[in-house]
Design a protein around this ligand. Structure first.
Ligand SMILES: C[S@@+](CC[C@H](N)C(=O)[O-])C[C@H]1O[C@@H](n2cnc3c(N)ncnc32)[C@H](O)[C@@H]1O
Length: 296
């Protein structure tokens, strides 16, 4: 990403989520609380306000299908399903005793904000690049008083290590059962960096951690329906995809780094969990969910 600018993809995810929520194509898919919090987060920055204004522009609304075709067909629905999938995994882990949730590359995600006041017994940590975090932190402070159980940690993964930064954060409790969230982020790491990340998660925790993340299938595989211009767009934004992995390679790769897989869920599996009835449009298929747990 560009050094001094908050992540363009973090803005795009929240803008896409607000678009599908406003369209109300699938009532209830994006909760009112998510809509309200996401709108407030974007409203706190000039770029966010520009993107909110775009949501009401007739020209922009008409252009969404073309933008989706060019980049990620089914993009805005995909963001909504991806967020519901992650939230369900986090809530399930909390119900099973997880008391710490760490979101790696949280962007403008609302989950930790929404859950932290209702769950004071759970410690939430959001980690992001200083440029993105620097926009989100004041936005959250404008929304309300942040509880003691929500921590925002600035880390630039290109120059700093998670082990040093998270390991050195007094708010991080290594002995708590922890779930890490890595939504739409692993694909921006190289294969080696992703391996180091997995190993680091295990090393940081006294209790084997859990992880919910998303991965992207390799170009040209049968499930790949990424559009023709996504690569160019992401390169221009300095956020090129670096690593993609097939469903069948996830188990061995994670095992190499001491994680067992609980679930690999493609969008075709995820969709009926959150939408009853037929699909109204295209389902993005390239990115899928993975739930795993550390074994050491
Ligand atoms: C595609 S966005 C995903 C945001 C969020 N997880 C979501 O899905 O809503 C990628 C995120 O990775 C973060 N990121 C990119 N490069 C980074 C770096 N070098 N260090 C830390 N975070 C980085 C960006 O700031 C951005 O928030």
């Amino acid at each position: 990403m560009k050094e001094n600018e908050a992540s363009a993809t973090a803005y795009a995810v929240m803008q896409g989520l607000l678009h599908i929520g406003r369209a109300n194509t699938y009532p209830g898919l994006v909760s009112a609380e998510t809509m309200e919090t996401g709108t407030k987060i974007l409203s706190a920055s000039p770029e966010g306000r520009r993107r909110i204004a775009q949501l009401s522009s007739p020209l922009m609304k008409a252009a969404v299908p073309l933008i989706e075709w060019a980049t990620l067909p089914g993009l805005t629905l995909h963001y909504a399903l991806r967020k519901r999938y992650i939230e369900a995994a986090v809530r399930a882990a909390m119900a099973e005793g997880v008391t710490q949730v760490v979101n790696l590359g949280a962007g403008f995600d609302t989950l930790a904000w929404r859950l932290h006041l209702a769950h004071p017994e759970v410690n939430f940590i959001e980690i992001d690049h200083p440029a993105t975090s620097g926009v989100k932190a004041p936005a959250l402070r404008q929304i309300g008083t942040m509880g003691d159980n929500l921590h925002l940690l600035e880390v630039d993964f290109t120059t700093q290590t998670l082990a040093d930064r998270l390991g050195g954060l007094s708010g991080f409790k290594a002995d708590r059962p922890t779930m890490f969230v890595c939504e739409g982020v692993i694909t921006y790491l190289t294969r080696d960096e992703a391996g180091v990340l997995l190993q680091t998660l295990n090393d940081l925790c006294a209790v084997p951690p859990r992880l919910v993340c998303t991965c992207v299938v390799p170009a040209g595989s049968p499930d790949d329906n990424i559009g023709p211009f996504l690569g160019i767009y992401l390169k221009l934004k300095g956020e090129a995809l670096k690593w993609r992995i097939a469903h069948e390679d996830v188990g061995p790769f994670f095992a190499e780094h001491n994680f067992d897989i609980d679930e690999i869920a493609s969008p075709t599996v995820i969709k009926p969990r959150f939408i009853e009835g037929p699909l109204k449009g295209t389902l993005h298929r390239s990115e899928y969910g993975v739930i795993a747990r550390g074994v050491v």
